[in-house]
Write a protein that binds this ligand. Structure first.
Ligand code: G6P
Length: 487
C-alpha cells in the first residue's frame, strides 16, 4: 500500500467527475492550488469524498497526487453532510443567522463518518508523517487520528468562523468537538478573534489552561502537551489571477460583458455561493432602494449577481433561493427597461477565466457577508485589478476585513450605510480608487496562498512534540494579542 509523508484530509477530494461520469477533473476550489507544491515535494496523498453518494472508488493517481476516496452512502450524505455539517455546525458557527438544528442521529452519523476519514488517513500516512485536516466537517478527526497514530504530526485548519462562547455553548456536543480539535498540534483559524473564541470555549468547557496562543492539553501518558491555536488567514493564488487578467482574450471578454449589459455607466458585481451567510438579501434591498430613491437609474448602473448553486437539498438553502429569486423578479419588474436591467441574476458557476473577465468589467465589487470565515472573492477581485481601478465594498463581518482596511468597510445590517457606500463607490474618483486598490493589491500579492500554507506548516513542524516546558517558553514569547479573559 502507498504510504505518504504528507496527507491532506478534507471532506471533498480536489477532483470532480467529468460530465460523462468516466474521468476526473480538477475541482475549482483554491485549496488544491495552495497545497500543490507541498503535495508534490512531499509525496502527498489526499483523503476525501468524491462528491457523489454510494460511489466506491479505489485510490488512484491524479496530477501526481495520490487520491484516497472515502465512500459516503446516501444516508451519510443526508445525516453527516447535509445534516450535522451544514444544518448544525454551519449555521451555529455563522452566528445563528439561520437557526441550527440539533439532532442526535446527525451527530451519530458525524462521529461515524469522522472515524471513517481518520481510519483512511491513518492507513495512508507514513511513519512520522504529517496529516493536515481541513474544516468543520472533520472536527473530530484530529483526536481520532492521534489515538490511532501517535507518531504523526497533526494540523487542523478551520476555514469558517469559530463563534463566540455564548453561541458555541448551545451545541449539545460542545465538549466532544473541542476535544476532537485539540487532537491537533496546531489548530489554525482565519481571524485572531476566532482563535480567541476557541481558546475561551476550551477554558470554560474543559477547564484547560491557555497561555497566549498555547493550550495545555492533558495527554494519554498523564503529562501535558501544548497545542497551538492561532490565526493563519488564508489567501489565494494571486499570481494566477494577475496572469489571467493580463490575457487579451479575457480583457476582450470583459468588454463584451459590458456591451451585453447595454453599456451601463457602472457595473456592480456580487459573486457568492447561494448561501444565507453572504448577505445577498441585504445587498438586493440596498440596491432596490437606491433605484427607488432615484439616486441611480438602470442606465447608470447594473448589478450583476452570480449566485452559484450550493447545498440545494438543505431547507434553509431552498428557502433562500425562493426569496432571492422573488426579490430579483420584483426589482427587475419595477425598474428594467427594454435595454437595461437592474439586476442580472445568474444562478450558475463559471470557470475562472469568465470570473476574471467579470472582475475586470466590474467597477464596484459588493461583498456584504453577514458572517464569513475569510471571503476569497474579495481577494480575487483585487488581484485581478491589474489596472488599479475598481472599488471593493467589504463587510466588516468577513475575515478579509482584518487585512483589507483600504476597502470601503460596511455593516451589511445598516441598509442606509450600505446604500451610501454603494453611491460613494459608484462616484469614487479614479485617484482614490487607485490609492485604495494599490494598497489592497500589495497585501494580497505579498500574502498569497503559498505564504499561508508555508506559515501554517512551519508552525506545525516547530510545534509538534513540544514538551510542555519547551513550548511554554515559545508561547510566553508569542506575539498574539488574544489574551486570556478574566472569568
Ligand atoms: C466553504 C467551506 C468549505 C466547503 C465550501 C463549499 O468554503 O469552508 O469546506 O467545501 O464552502 O461547500 P460544499 O458544501 O459544497 O463543500
Amino acid at each position: 500500500m502507498t504510504q505518504a509523508d504528507f496527507v491532506v484530509v478534507a471532506n471533498r477530494l480536489p477532483v470532480d467527475r467529468t460530465p460523462d461520469g468516466e474521468g476526473w477533473r480538477r475541482s475549482p476550489g483554491g485549496l488544491v492550488t495552495a497545497l500543490e507544491p507541498v503535495m508534490r515535494s512531499a509525496d502527498g496523498a489526499w483523503v476525501g469524498w468524491a462528491g457523489q453518494a454510494d460511489v466506491d472508488v479505489e485510490p488512484f493517481e491524479f496530477d501526481d497526487m495520490h487520491l484516497v476516496p472515502v465512500t459516503l452512502a446516501a444516508s451519510d450524505v443526508q445525516l453527516y453532510y447535509e445534516g450535522f455539517s451544514n444544518d448544525t455546525i454551519w449555521p451555529l458557527y455563522h452566528d445563528v443567522i439561520s437557526p441550527p438544528t440539533y439532532k442526535r442521529a446527525w451527530w451519530d452519523a458525524y462521529v461515524k463518518v469522522n472515524k471513517r476519514f481518520a481510519d483512511a488517513a491513518a492507513a495512508v500516512a507514513a511513519e512520522g508523517g504529517t496529516v493536515w485536516v481541513q474544516d468543520y466537517q472533520l472536527q473530530l478527526v484530529p483526536k481520532l487520528l492521534r489515538e490511532l497514530r501517535p507518531d504523526i504530526t497533526i494540523g487542523y485548519f478551520h476555514h469558517i468562523p469559530f463563534p463566540a462562547y455564548g453561541l458555541y455553548s448551545q451545541l449539545p456536543w460542545r465538549k466532544q468537538v473541542l476535544e476532537g480539535l485539540l487532537g491537533a498540534d496546531v489548530i489554525g483559524f482565519q481571524r485572531v478573534a476566532d482563535a480567541g473564541n476557541f481558546a475561551r470555549a476550551v477554558r470554560r468547557q474543559l477547564r484547560y489552561e491557555t497561555k497566549a496562543s498555547g493550550i495545555l492539553v492533558p495527554d494519554a501518558e498523564g503529562g501535558t502537551r501544548v497545542a497551538l491555536a492561532k490565526a493563519f488567514p488564508i489567501s489565494i493564488d494571486a499570481e494566477s489571477y494577475v496572469e489571467l487578467a493580463q490575457r487579451p482574450d479575457i480583457q476582450q471578454r470583459a468588454r463584451e460583458i459590458r456591451e451585453g449589459l447595454g453599456n451601463p455607466r457602472k457595473i456592480l458585481l456580487g459573486v457568492d455561493r447561494l448561501d444565507y451567510t453572504k448577505g445577498i438579501r441585504h445587498r438586493l434591498k440596498a440596491w432596490g432602494e437606491v433605484l427607488e430613491d432615484g439616486r441611480a437609474t438602470v442606465e447608470d448602473a447594473t448589478l450583476v449577481q452570480v449566485a452559484s448553486p450550493s447545498r440545494e437539498r438543505v431547507d434553509a438553502y431552498m428557502q433562500l433561493r425562493d426569496e432571492i429569486e422573488m426579490t430579483v423578479g420584483r426589482i427587475n419588474g419595477d425598474y428594467d427597461t427594454t435595454t437595461h436591467t437592474a439586476i442580472r441574476y445568474l444562478h450558475q458557476s463559471y470557470p475562472r477565466e469568465e470570473m476574471v473577465a467579470l472582475f475586470l468589467a466590474a467597477d464596484v465589487m459588493l461583498v456584504t457577508a453577514l458572517r464569513d470565515g475569510m471571503n476569497l472573492v474579495a481577494k480575487e477581485y483585487v488581484a485581478s485589478r491589474i489596472d488599479n481601478r475598481g472599488v471593493l465594498v467589504l463587510s466588516e463581518f468577513a475575515g478579509a476585513a482584518d487585512e483589507m482596511g483600504s476597502a470601503l468597510l460596511i455593516n451589511p445590517h445598516d441598509i442606509d450605510g450600505l446604500k451610501d457606500a454603494v453611491i460613494r463607490a459608484v462616484d469614487m474618483p479614479a485617484a482614490e480608487q487607485g490609492r485604495r486598490m494599490r494598497t489592497l493589491r500589495r497585501r494580497v500579492r505579498e500574502h498569497d496562498v503559498e505564504d499561508w500554507s508555508r506559515g501554517f506548516l512551519e508552525a506545525l513542524s516547530a510545534f509538534h512534540g513540544r514538551s510542555s516546558r519547551a513550548a511554554d517558553a515559545e508561547v510566553e514569547a508569542g506575539t498574539d494579542d488574544d489574551q486570556a479573559d478574566a472569568e
